[in-house]
Design a protein around this ligand. Structure first.
Ligand SMILES: *[C@@H]1O[C@H](CO)[C@@H](O)[C@H](O)[C@H]1NC(C)=O
Ligand SMILES: *[C@@H]1O[C@H](CO)[C@@H](O)[C@H](O)[C@H]1NC(C)=O
Length: 271
């Protein structure tokens, strides 16, 4: 039932609807409409929006590591080179970090690679505005801009293009394995990086519970780092994570009581 989310098999969705109409039953149609509404409310599928794209770094992708979302080694963390930095208009102060976008090169016959498959990238960095510049100010508000990895840019356009017009839309993130939690900070300040998030991908709310506490709302710190001013050393930790589409998932006891700062704890669940 994920046909809406995968344009390549939309033909089958068409057949699916036709079958339902021909079956003279409104019940499946009703559920299909529910799915449609749900999908659209997630901001995924259907509508393409206009933006522009450039690239940063080289084929190695070294310059795309770390960055303003708080992720580290993108290969180790599962994002690889399928990543983008977002301009202010898309970044939402870091809350869009982790979201996935499908992007295609459009209206530039000279530089778009003909019949290139649209790319899917995860937002892992920020393309900051530069107000002292007067040219190439792609990342300044209110412009929607994707600063792609070299590999992703050159999958849809020739690198000599420099900058291309694109169309984009949000798509669900597909990740391997469960959501992961990297714990940093000190006994008075716990900073948790939440990553490898599937589904909507962008986390908008995190609560934490120690084995001796109730649920505590964490504060958005930077990128996808969430914090709490509390000493939870020696307690097992659970998390409740909510993504931008309003879906919440609990990660009960994902961190054992002997946890250490600097360590990553992997859950087996994902959105
Ligand atoms: C902003 O643009 C100016 C002018 O091109 C340049 O000198 C400066 O290095 C840029 N600043 C940053 C932070 O990239
Ligand atoms: C925690 O966050 C939830 C969801 O945003 C909110 O409904 C609740 O009031 C918050 N609780 C506290 C104690 O701030």
């Amino acid at each position: 039932m994920h046909c809406l989310l995968k344009p390549t098999i939309s033909f089958f969705c068409g057949v699916f609807i036709l079958n339902m109409v021909m079956s003279h039953s409104l019940v499946p149609l009703f559920f299909f409409m529910m799915l449609l509404v749900q999908t659209m409310s997630r901001g995924t599928g259907i509508t393409w929006h206009d933006a522009r794209a450039t690239f940063y770094g080289d084929a190695s992708g070294a310059e795309t590591m770390q960055g303003a979302c708080g992720y580290g080694d993108l290969f180790q963390q599962g994002y690889g080179l399928a990543t983008t930095a977002l301009s202010t208009a898309l970044f939402n102060n870091g809350l869009t970090c982790g979201a996935c976008f499908q992007i295609k090169c459009v209206n530039d016959p000279q530089w778009c690679i003909k019949r290139a498959k649209p790319i899917i990238v995860t937002a892992t960095n920020y393309c900051p505005p530069n107000y002292t510049k007067t040219v190439d100010i792609w990342c300044n508000p209110p412009q929607k801009h994707f600063d792609l990895s070299y590999k992703m840019f050159t999958s849809i356009a020739y690198y000599k293009a420099g900058v291309i017009p694109v169309k984009y839309r949000r798509v669900p993130c597909v990740k391997r394995g469960g959501v992961r939690f990297e714990l940093n900070g000190n006994p008075y300040f716990l900073l948790v990086l939440v990553y490898n998030v599937a589904g909507a991908g962008d986390v908008t709310h995190v609560s934490i519970r120690g084995s001796k506490t109730g649920w505590i709302n964490m504060s958005h710190n930077w990128g996808q780092n969430w914090d709490v001013n509390m000493n939870l050393v020696g307690q097992g930790l659970s998390f409740r994570v909510t993504t931008s589409n309003g879906v919440s998932l609990g990660f009960h006891g994902v961190v054992p009581s002997n946890w250490k700062f600097g360590q990553t704890y992997k859950s087996t669940r994902n959105f």
